[in-house]
Design a binder for this molecule. Structure first.
Ligand SMILES: C[S@@+](CC[C@H](N)C(=O)[O-])C[C@H]1O[C@@H](n2cnc3c(N)ncnc32)[C@H](O)[C@@H]1O
Length: 267
């Protein structure tokens, strides 16, 4: 589902530490925040994450340039991954990693590594992984170096390589409740010490979706009930989605969008 591309804002680079200033409004179609359809097409529900997300990338559904192809100055992983919406995170991540004593960093999913390529984490090894092989291959060609590798991995189903921290930004929000639980269990099995992942701290409830959709997710409430995170970074998200609901235009804001850090032992 493509948001209205005519509302694509410009995305100037912000110096790290400079919070994004202005709200950014995007008109999204009715049904953008679809919940799970109990009578949904079982063939769709059975599609693998690799199929679902490969199709999203191939159709440039998250790269809101023009219709002639990818906008190479923007992230292919969506406007939430641009240099405005990640300014706070880019500034704070190296300090967080140092404070937690992280030496091996697993970025799962890494997406197109657009904003992360601007961060020097100060770790011994960075491993970026994603379920879409074409995205991983492109990252390898552009960004691999001796201390930075890229792998194809499914966060929900594949055994995960050892890491001090699993960093999983903007991923669980795209997964069904079952897949979110599967991902959390998989991280537990991996033996990692910390999980840092997206959570919307003010949401009172979570809607279930088909994997491939999107909704804000608060990991502290049902059905996940994670404890208080040991650390929280509010991303100061300025995205505003304007959606038609019952003939009215409703504005949805995400100022509570955060990265929560949990001890994996507490998941
Ligand atoms: C919105 S992007 C976010 C990427 C990156 N974390 C960022 O902040 O730019 C979501 C990514 O999740 C990946 N993904 C979805 N399900 C996955 C899974 N089960 N295992 C690994 N990657 C997955 C998609 O291919 C996509 O690259």
């Amino acid at each position: 589902m493509n948001p209205d591309r005519s509302h694509q804002p410009t995305t100037p680079d912000h110096a790290p530490g400079t919070p994004p200033a202005e709200e950014r409004r995007t008109v999204v179609p009715e049904g953008f925040f679809a919940t799970k359809d109990p009578d949904g097409d079982p063939a769709r529900a059975d599609r693998s994450a690799r199929e679902v997300f490969s199709e999203i990338y191939a159709s440039a559904a998250w790269n809101w340039g023009d219709d002639t192809g990818f906008d190479e100055t923007a992230s292919r992983s969506g406007v939430g991954s641009d240099l405005v919406q990640t300014a706070v995170l880019r500034a704070e991540l190296p300090g967080l990693v140092a404070a937690l004593g992280v030496r091996t960093f697993l970025d799962l999913p890494c997406g197109d590594f657009f904003w992360m390529s601007r961060v020097e984490l100060g770790v011994e090894s960075y491993l970026g992984a994603d379920v879409v092989p074409e995205v991983v291959e492109r990252n390898r060609e552009r960004f691999a170096r001796p201390d930075r590798e890229f792998l194809v991995l499914d966060l929900v189903r594949d055994p995960l390589p050892p890491a001090d921290l699993v960093f999983s930004r903007d991923c669980l929000v795209h997964l069904s409740h079952d897949d979110v639980r599967g991902a959390l269990d998989n991280v537990k099995r991996s033996g990692a010490k910390y999980l840092a992942t997206t959570t919307f701290t003010e949401r009172a409830a979570n809607d279930d979706i088909e994997t491939g959709g999107w909704r804000p997710l608060n990991l502290r409430v049902a059905p996940f009930h994670l404890p208080e995170p040991v650390h929280l970074i509010n991303e100061r998200c300025t995205e505003v989605y304007v959606v038609e609901r019952g003939g009215e235009q409703v504005e949805l804001r995400f100022a509570d969008k955060s990265i929560g850090v949990w001890r994996v032992a507490d998941l």
